[in-house]
Ligand binder design. Sequence first.
Ligand SMILES: Nc1ncnc2c1ncn2[C@@H]1O[C@H](COP(=O)(O)OP(=O)(O)O)[C@@H](O)[C@H]1O
Ligand SMILES: [Mg+2]
Length: 230
Amino acid sequence: MIELAHVSKIYGKKQNKFTALEGINVVIESGATVAIVGKSGSGKSTLMHVMSGLDRVTSGTVTIDGHDISMLKKKALDSFRAQKIGFIFQAFFVQANETSVQNVSLPLEIAGVSGRKRKDLVNTALEQVDLTDKANSKARNLSGGQKQRLAIARAIVNKPSIIFADEPTGNLDSATGDKVEKLLFSFNKKLGSTLVVVTHDEDLAKKCDQQIYLKDGKIVKIVGKKGGRK
Ligand SMILES: Nc1ncnc2c1ncn2[C@@H]1O[C@H](COP(=O)(O)OP(=O)(O)O)[C@@H](O)[C@H]1O
Ligand SMILES: [Mg+2]
């Protein structure tokens, strides 16, 4: 379960202060699929960043599975994220000069998984996103959709309990976007991973159990059932 209580996020200092989030209270059940929806600049990415520990709140608390992550020091937070969370971004963020295998291995190397086990996990992840035939290709030679599937393989190779995806289909044509979307929901079903997806695509949002609508850094409404494991 992810729980945010009285969360605010202020960027900048003094006269440059900008309140990106204010008075955020939200509970996301384990295993649920949740969309964060809102116009550009409404605070969606900021909310995802503080929810996942990529960035710090200015005030309030973020609790993930009973751990108050606002209290964790940097190193502890990094390792907490590496164990529990997978990230997917709009801009893919794969290492262009590394192969698919190398890209997907990275989080396992950080987590200290041994060579033999790493190989098995990487192969399984590449299989799941249908990129086995591109295992030894450099990422720069993959198409946009393939790069995003590679990013997904890297996000799920650790079998994370939560997947955060920030506009994961934003840079893809609609047919490719549909495939990526299906893949994300399939991990929610297969692994039981909680899926939190930032999007301004209403159709994608509606496929989630719950939709959180943001406007000017505030939640204006939450629609749908809580979802999650029964
Ligand atoms: N690092 C930052 N420093 C200052 N302002 C920021 C920073 N990141 C985001 N913002 C501002 O916070 C607001 C929300 O941004 P963001 O969360 O990226 O919105 P969204 O993802 O909904 O488009 C925007 O007005 C943006 O300009
Ligand atoms: Mg954004």
